[in-house]
Write a new protein. Structure first.
Length: 135
């Protein structure tokens, strides 16, 4: 990727379910469509394990189920996928093989923070995904 086509939400230090702290955590995400006035058209479409938003955004098309003309679609990238905090892009003490085990719960908690703190969204219409993104 030459130009970044996604946003980064700076999470700060994140206490993980394991009890470890992931320092300066980041959550990469991309949005499609527009949030309606009542804020009722939100679909969260998390990546599956190891996938990035570019791997799954092909399903977002006008006239289809994930229609950006009708819905505000958010694709949060999971921890460890190379865009959000991952072994390849964090520094010591959690770089490479020392990256802490993150759980589905850790990902969901940080995705919830993205919605509430960055996008000012309290309720969603749907979560859509498969594999770990569908958990």
């Amino acid at each position: 990727m030459t130009a970044r086509d996604y946003e980064i939400f700076e999470l700060g230090d994140v206490a993980l379910q394991s009890g470890l702290t992931l320092r300066n955590a980041q959550l990469a995400y991309k949005t499609f469509g527009r949030l309606n006035q009542s804020r009722s058209n939100v679909i969260v479409y998390p990546t599956s394990y190891g996938a990035q938003h570019t791997d799954i955004e092909w399903l977002i098309r006008p006239g289809r189920a994930l229609d950006p003309d009708r819905y505000f679609i958010i694709i949060p990238n999971m921890f460890g996928n190379g865009l959000s905090s991952s072994p390849s892009n964090v520094g010591p003490p959690h770089d490479r093989g020392r990256f802490p085990g993150v759980t589905a719960a850790d990902n969901v908690r940080m995705q919830r923070r993205l919605l509430a703190e960055r996008l000012d969204i309290e309720r969603i219409a749907l979560v859509y995904g498969w594999s770990m993104g569908g958990q």
